[in-house]
Design a protein around this ligand. Structure first.
Ligand code: PRP
Length: 197
């Protein structure tokens, strides 16, 4: 285990089993259809690659990047779209892949974006769901794991751009946040400064 983690929340084997179950659920949902799978960079990329390879569905791949803006004291949180899709989703079934639904602002923004661009349907799958921190009504259609309100890293999730390549999901030690050069512990999954990474 990485020395900055206080414990492993989900092992590689547990993650792989949940990814296979999610892939099977999506294969049933998209039977006979060819969806566009959209990865919300960067945190989702590891899950996205494993999930898409576990699916039998003939899915196209596309990518977006939305960063969480705002902080604990901000009245309104406005995630910003930093990278748009490569292709049109008009009239298409979309599979949106997230690494975590935390406050829900990012998911709300992405759903609105895809609807505005004419997606025929939007199915959201997330690796992690953290319902205790929800600020807006934004739910995934499928969540691999529901997690407690702890700062988690690994399998794509970062703190200050670190730990994304850990093969498991771990809980970050509080002192590791201070040691990273930030001067306070993270208020939530979006990062100590509220700007993600
Ligand atoms: C993280 C994560 C989700 C989002 C969830 O992204 O990847 O997309 O926050 O937070 P919310 O539910 O509170 O809106 P982040 O902005 O940290 O960027 P990253 O994926 O590049 O790490």
């Amino acid at each position: 285990m990485h020395p900055d983690c206080e414990r492993i929340l989900f092992t590689q084997e547990q993650i792989a089993a949940r990814v296979r179950a999610a892939a099977a659920w999506l294969d049933r949902r998209f039977a006979g259809r060819r969806p566009v799978a959209v990865c919300n960079l960067k945190g989702s990329v590891v899950f996205f690659c494993d999930l898409l390879r576990a699916m039998q569905t003939d899915a196209e791949m596309d990518f977006m990047a939305v960063s969480s803006y705002g902080n604990a004291t901000a009245a309104v949180c406005r995630p910003k779209i930093k990278k748009h899709l490569f292709s049109s989703v008009e009239g298409r079934d979309v599979l949106l892949v997230e690494d975590i639904v935390d406050t829900g602002h990012t998911l709300l923004t992405l759903r609105a974006f895809l609807r505005e661009r004419g997606a025929k349907s939007i199915t959201v799958v997330t690796l992690l769901d953290k319902p205790a921190r929800r600020e807006v009504p934004a739910e995934a259609d499928y969540a691999c794991f529901s997690v407690e309100d702890a700062f988690v890293v690994g399998y794509g999730l970062d703190y200050a751009e670190r730990y994304r390549n850990l093969p498991y999901i771990g809980v970050l030690k509080r002192e590791a946040c201070f040691a990273s050069g930030k001067d306070e512990a993270p208020a939530g999954q979006a990062g100590a400064d509220g700007f993600g990474s």
